[in-house]
Write a protein that binds this ligand. Structure first.
Ligand SMILES: Nc1ncnc2c1ncn2[C@@H]1O[C@H](COP(=O)(O)OP(=O)(O)OP(=O)(O)O)[C@@H](O)[C@H]1O
Length: 238
């Protein structure tokens, strides 16, 4: 088990955005999270990363209680994250962006970090673009860089927040192949995504959030066939 959330809740004022969420994520799994806009998906990520602290409940990471641990500790323990809107340092090269993330995430000896960054550029198919300015990249490459920056912190648990949004079908396929390869190397992945065909081609389980509550978790086929999920998430009359 890499991550366990037990009865985790979070409110903003009177609005309960995370409501008694309990889930266990085994090491190596790819778990997808879906739910309508405002269901509390990004907030759940913020609670896992420590960018927000839970009001109630317990969060365990790699067997350690991190419920009150600051974000930096959790990065050092191996939680990496990509953001919905990539915000690289536009005036730095792709490689410099990665080195910055690596230094922030784990620190370590410079030669080692440089080697790691070169390997990650290869994994994310950015090697030939290493010296380009981040601000000059296409949308697909900005997404790849966002992924690479998350990998540069050395995560065992990788959180992806809507990384496939806005891509063409072909670009989406290419990104999915990269994500599959990352999982195949043993990284645990939790992926929030509205592009369902991309998500279901990777994840082993889907978790459905609605009003901050888990309303379903299981194999993607079973979840997508569920009447409750179709009504709530897809807005379908069934
Ligand atoms: N810092 C905050 N302060 C107050 N309200 C917030 C804060 N962050 C999020 N919210 C509210 O909490 C609710 C859940 O937001 P969240 O971003 O977690 O949803 P989401 O499922 O990720 O949505 P989307 O699919 O649109 O990204 C929304 O109503 C949002 O307006």
């Amino acid at each position: 088990m890499i991550l366990r959330l037990e009865n985790v809740s979070k409110s903003f004022g009177a609005l309960k955005v995370t409501d008694g969420v309990t889930v266990t994520v085994p090491r190596g799994e790819a778990l997808g999270i879906i739910g309508p806009n405002g269901a509390g998906k990004s907030t759940l990520f913020n609670l896992i990363t420590g960018n927000l602290l839970a009001d109630e409940g317990r969060i365990e990471l790699l067997g350690r209680d991190v419920t009150r641990a600051p974000a930096m500790d959790r990065v050092r323990m191996g939680v990496g994250r990509s953001f919905q809107i990539p915000q690289p340092f536009e005036g730095l090269s792709v490689f410099e962006n990665l080195l910055t993330a690596a230094a922030f995430g784990r620190g370590g000896r410079e030669a080692e970090m440089v080697d790691d960054c070169a390997r990650i550029l290869e994994e994310t198919e950015l090697l030939r673009k290493a010296n380009l300015l981040a601000g000059s990249l296409s949308l697909l490459d900005r997404k790849r860089l966002e992924l690479a920056r998350a990998l540069a912190t050395g995560p065992e648990l990788l959180l992806l927040d809507e990384i496939a949004g806005g891509l063409t079908e072909g670009e989406c396929k290419a990104l999915v192949a990269t994500i599959k390869a990352i999982q195949a190397k043993g990284t645990t992945i939790i992926w929030i995504e509205h592009v369902l065909h991309a998500l279901t081609s990777v994840v082993e389980r889907l978790l459905v959030l609605d009003f901050g509550r888990v309303i379903g978790i299981g194999a993607p086929d079973a979840i997508m066939a569920s009447q409750q999920v179709r009504e709530i998430y897809l807005g379908l009359e069934v």
